[in-house]
Design a protein around this ligand. Structure first.
Ligand SMILES: Nc1ncnc2c1ncn2[C@@H]1O[C@H](COP(=O)(O)OP(=O)(O)OP(=O)(O)O)[C@@H](O)[C@H]1O
Ligand SMILES: [Mg+2]
Length: 367
């Protein structure tokens, strides 16, 4: 899929800007604090319905204004899609092809995006919550059902935790909540296991290519609930139920649910060492790069067309070999790159790209 146009009004430091993009490579060049990431954020907003930098609309709306508007026009294999997002201080209106959406989940799948920013290193270095968010975000954009089930699971979990905190009251109700939690939890684990299985194969391949076969990357799903590789949803549900029943005393004591997919994690290994504890900075970055390239292929496989790739500030963090590898492997993927120096994007054919010079308040297309 290709983002053909972006229009933003009163979004961050932009007043009213309309850009037409190249189907292959688009480069936003400019000094720090000029508005390059703001453009990436606007496009991401149209894919995910929220920003990757903030959960507050106020921050995205220009400081002098009360409302903002973002529009992208997409060219897809079989259709054209027009996504519009209106931001108020406390509200968000989302339209796809002029039709208002009632739930944000309905937006997913219209624009598939893979974002790679320096923040993604958190995937390796951060806590398990970062890695769960990664799985949730990526699976949701492919399978809307997953997003729905995840919402259900979190609601049930909250109810159950409330009961546990207040443990004199209606403790018998726990059994009902256990059952519901186990059903939703089983689907989450089922989807996550399949996702990791696929992304592992692809990331392994990417990593081999990038490192010239000197390293092997392995991504392992470390579920809180023991599962075998062929377990169906029912079997997983039974296992969750068993764990919930076994941990009831500790749950009551602590006033929260200590087991379930909200405790899941992913382990990234290079040559049988955990990258988190033993990997060099370069290995950690390369592992994340392999993962991102794998995501692109995974989306292509599931959705039938390539997603749009947003690379925010990552070129300067990669060595020359990896920069070249990245650029040369993105021929079929529309890509947006932000950089402070155009020299970081060497080696691309000028006819395959468009360069945008970004300076405060105005994004000028200088080609
Ligand atoms: N709500 C807002 N209203 C007005 N201006 C804003 C708002 N939010 C951010 N800005 C301005 O946007 C600029 C930052 O934009 P952005 O993060 O896109 O910079 P950048 O070009 O990506 O810089 P860097 O190279 O440092 O990453 C800052 O100057 C900031 O003052
Ligand atoms: Mg930036």
């Amino acid at each position: 899929m290709i983002i053909e146009e972006l229009r933003i009004i009163n979004f961050r430091n932009y007043e009213n800007t309309h850009l037409n993009f190249h189907p292959k490579l688009n480069i936003f060049v400019g000094d720090n604090a000029q508005g390059k990431t703001n453009l990436i954020e606007a496009m991401y907003l149209c894919a995910a319905g929220k920003s990757f930098r903030t959960s507050r609309n106020r921050e995205m709306i220009n400081v002098e204004k009360q409302q903002a508007y973002v529009q992208v026009k997409l060219k897809k294999k079989y259709s054209d899609v027009n996504i519009e997002i209106g931001l108020g201080i406390n509200n968000k209106d989302v339209k796809v092809n002029k039709i208002c959406l009632t739930k944000i989940g309905e937006l997913f799948g219209n624009l598939n995006i893979v974002l790679f920013s320096p923040e993604d290193l958190k995937l390796v270095k951060g806590g398990p919550g970062e890695r769960r968010r990664f799985m949730d975000r990526e699976i949701s954009q492919i399978f809307a059902k997953y997003y729905y089930i995840l919402g259900q699971y979190n609601k049930i979990l909250q109810h159950r935790n409330r009961l546990l905190k207040d443990n004199k009251k209606r403790i018998l109700d726990l059994e009902v909540w256990n059952e519901q939690l186990a059903v939703a939890g089983a689907w989450i684990i089922f989807y996550r296991r399949n996702f990791i299985k696929k992304i592992n194969l692809l990331a392994k391949l990417m990593h081999r290519r990038i490192t010239g076969s000197t390293e092997t990357l392995e991504i392992i799903y470390d579920s809180d609930v023991k599962i075998e590789k062929d377990d169906g949803v029912n079997r997983i549900k039974e296992n969750i139920l068993k764990k919930l029943e076994n941990s009831i005393n500790i749950d009551k004591k602590r006033g929260l649910t200590t087991t379930g997919p909200h405790r899941d994690d992913i382990i990234l290994m290079i040559d049988e060492f955990d990258v988190r504890n033993y990997g060099s900075q370069g290995q950690q970055r390369t592992a994340v790069l392999s993962l991102k390239l794998a995501e692109i292929e995974l989306i292509k496989g599931e959705v039938g067309e390539y997603p749009v790739l947003l690379l925010d500030d990552v070129m300067s963090e990669l060595d020359l070999k990896r920069q070249k590898y990245l650029i040369n492997n993105l021929k079929n993927v529309q890509t947006f790159i932000t950089t402070t120096m155009i020299s970081h994007v060497k080696g691309t054919d000028p006819k395959d790209r468009m360069v945008f010079n970004i300076s405060k308040r105005q994004a000028d297309n200088i080609k």
